[in-house]
Design a protein around this ligand. Structure first.
Ligand code: GLY
Length: 305
């Protein structure tokens, strides 16, 4: 089977001066993931590698450079899901894990549960050999400054490099037909401590089923949760292709239909990326921009906003 990879760096009002950095970050994520897939590597490794690049890039709201909660702290959430087994690993409310996606993977592969939060998740991380960073190491000067402005009531996109939604995600299909989706986020700016959004919730921020496709969402979590957007999008991929369309058309149509549902039923904003089970990509958003990147059939990378 031909491998396939798609990534996103969040659906939000990306200002012009951040546009190049967001696209460059998506390109680096594609490079990291494709380096594995193109050599016969596993979709799980590719998705993890892509997300780590995005988590480490402070232009995105995940890992280092995440938005700060009301207390001025980073609290990260992440999930990875495997389409063949429907297994998932999800972690939430992390303050001291540099790459939450690595812990999500560890939980999926080794853990007795599918989701861990807060202090318990960090204890599990230590037990699994992860080292904890100091919480401040995930805080960038730009996010601290933005948080201060928000606390003064000047909450505006201009203060942020990912004001409300700079969540990241990746979906990969490997040569063996293994389909994996993943999402990682720092959540929303000035969220209440302990708030968990859609991202780490199976079916909301991420879903993968080898019988249909894999999805990673981005946007306003409280809206995305209402329509269980990732699972809804996967189910839209199950529709038979009609005479006027190709499977590639259906992948794009399913993405657009899921965003339409987000608007109609949740009056909310966001976006998503997906691959169907043949590797056809789709993406859609109703925000001014969404950073995305995809590996094209000839192996070249395409990014957009
Ligand atoms: N979609 C990210 C969040 O709401 O936390």
């Amino acid at each position: 089977m031909k491998p396939s990879l798609i990534v996103h760096g969040g659906a939000w009002d990306i200002p012009d001066e951040q546009a190049a950095a967001c696209q460059a970050g998506c390109r680096r994520a594609l490079e990291a993931g494709w380096a594995m897939l193109s050599r016969g590597g596993a979709a799980l490794d590719a998705v993890e590698a892509a997300i780590v690049v995005l988590e480490d890039d402070p232009v995105f709201d995940a890992g280092t450079g995440s938005h700060l909660n009301l207390d001025g702290q980073v609290e990260c959430d992440a999930i990875v899901m495997e389409g063949a087994s429907l297994r998932a690993g999800a972690v939430a409310g992390l303050k001291r894990i540099r790459n939450p996606i690595r812990l999500a993977r560890k939980l999926m592969e080794n853990g007795p549960h599918m989701m861990l939060a807060g202090e318990g998740a960090e204890r599990y991380a230590v037990a699994q050999g992860f080292s904890l960073c100091a919480p401040e190491e995930l805080v960038t000067a730009a996010e601290r400054a933005a948080w201060k402005l928000c606390r003064e009531g000047k909450h505006a996109a201009a203060h942020h490099r990912g004001h409300d939604q700079g969540t990241v995600g990746a979906v990969a299909l490997d040569g063996m037909g293994r389909l994996v989706a993943a999402t990682s986020t720092g959540g929303t700016c000035c969220k209440l401590p302990g708030r968990i959004g859609d991202s780490p919730l199976i079916g909301c921020g991420c879903y993968a089923d080898s019988g249909a496709g894999g999805v990673s969402c981005t946007g306003y979590g409280e809206g995305i949760m209402k329509i269980v957007m990732a699972k809804s999008a996967v189910d839209l991929l199950r529709r038979p292709v009609n005479a006027e369309e190709s499977p590639a058309d259906l992948a794009m149509l399913a993405a657009r239909e899921a965003v339409r549902l987000l608007v109609e039923r949740a009056e909310s904003t966001g976006g998503l990326i997906l691959l169907d089970c043949e590797g056809n990509p789709g993406y859609a958003f109703n925000t001014p921009r969404m950073a995305w990147g995809v590996v094209q059939p000839d192996g070249s990378f395409r990014t957009g906003l």
